[in-house]
Design a protein around this ligand. Structure first.
Ligand code: ADP
Ligand code: ADP
Length: 220
């Protein structure tokens, strides 16, 4: 099964990815997490990406496409993937489509999580993350002990690009460069829409039911 999670920053893609890979044996791939790891390790990729990320813009296609397609060739992706944060432009979607054709793979579905802009700002401004990448929300998904990760007790931090000025820029980039992908995948009959304003558990139940049905259809 090969799936894409699509939606604005803060829609809950990462939150749902963590849950879905517990339901289905596929590799969860977040280009945002890969880029943040590269930035914190100071690799050549991280050095190239940092200024774009800090400003709330997209890392250029010619940088990110190679990184994402290489990741898709790893051993753990044999049984399928769940992409979170890629593709984000039509150029990226075209490159992915071509690569999947060449490697004889088929996209199963594109899961769009829809959330209004005002709610996005509330979610992203309350988002806190641990070093391991686990995500919390100060109000909607608070850790057991304030400011500490439930899993390893490490301090929770706010991402630099989750500050309000940068969030507004990320939202406008989403509208201009990523929203065209909704039509792109709708035309291909791959788009499935989910109401992301519901609770994480409700969103998860809906997505899981849809993916389970798709998997059954695929097996027929
Ligand atoms: P969010 O989870 O809030 O949607 P991500 O963690 O996916 O954000 O991405 C953080 C930043 O990393 C983006 O603002 C962008 O600068 C960069 N990035 C991640 N994925 C891509 C991509 N596919 N193309 C270009 N830039 C990307
Ligand atoms: P994305 O990966 O799409 O950027 P996240 O999964 O990181 O989004 O979620 C953004 C913030 O909103 C996090 O703080 C998360 O805890 C919170 N969140 C996620 N899903 C929901 C939901 N359905 N309702 C309320 N808050 C949510």
């Amino acid at each position: 099964m090969n799936l894409i999670l699509l939606g604005p920053p803060g829609a809950g893609k990462g939150t749902q990815a963590v849950r879905l890979v517990q339901d289905f044996p596929i590799a969860s791939i977040s280009t945002g997490d890969m880029l943040r790891a590269a930035v914190s390790e100071g690799t050549p990729l991280g050095l190239k990406a940092k200024s774009f990320m800090d400003a709330g813009g997209l890392v250029p296609d010619d940088v990110i496409i190679g990184v994402a397609l290489e990741r898709l060739r790893a051993d753990d992706v044999r049984d399928g993937f769940l992409l979170d944060g890629f593709p984000r432009t039509v150029g990226q979607a075209d490159a992915l489509e071509q690569d999947m054709e060449e490697t004889g793979r088929k996209m199963t579905a594109v899961l769009l999580i829809e959330v209004e802009d005002e709610e996005i700002v509330r979610r992203v401004s309350g988002r806190r993350v641990s070093k391991s990448g686990r995500t919390y929300h100060v109000e909607f998904d608070a850790p057991k002990h304030e400011g500490r990760c439930d899993i390893d007790g490490s301090p929770l931090i706010q991402r630099e690009d989750d500050k309000p000025e940068v969030v507004r820029e990320r939202l406008s980039v989403y509208h201009e460069q990523t929203m065209p992908l909704i039509e792109y995948y709708d035309e291909r009959g791959l788009l499935r829409r989910f109401d992301g304003s519901r609770s994480p558990t409700e969103v998860h139940d809906h997505i899981r039911a849809t993916v389970a049905t798709l998997r059954l259809e695929d097996a027929l």
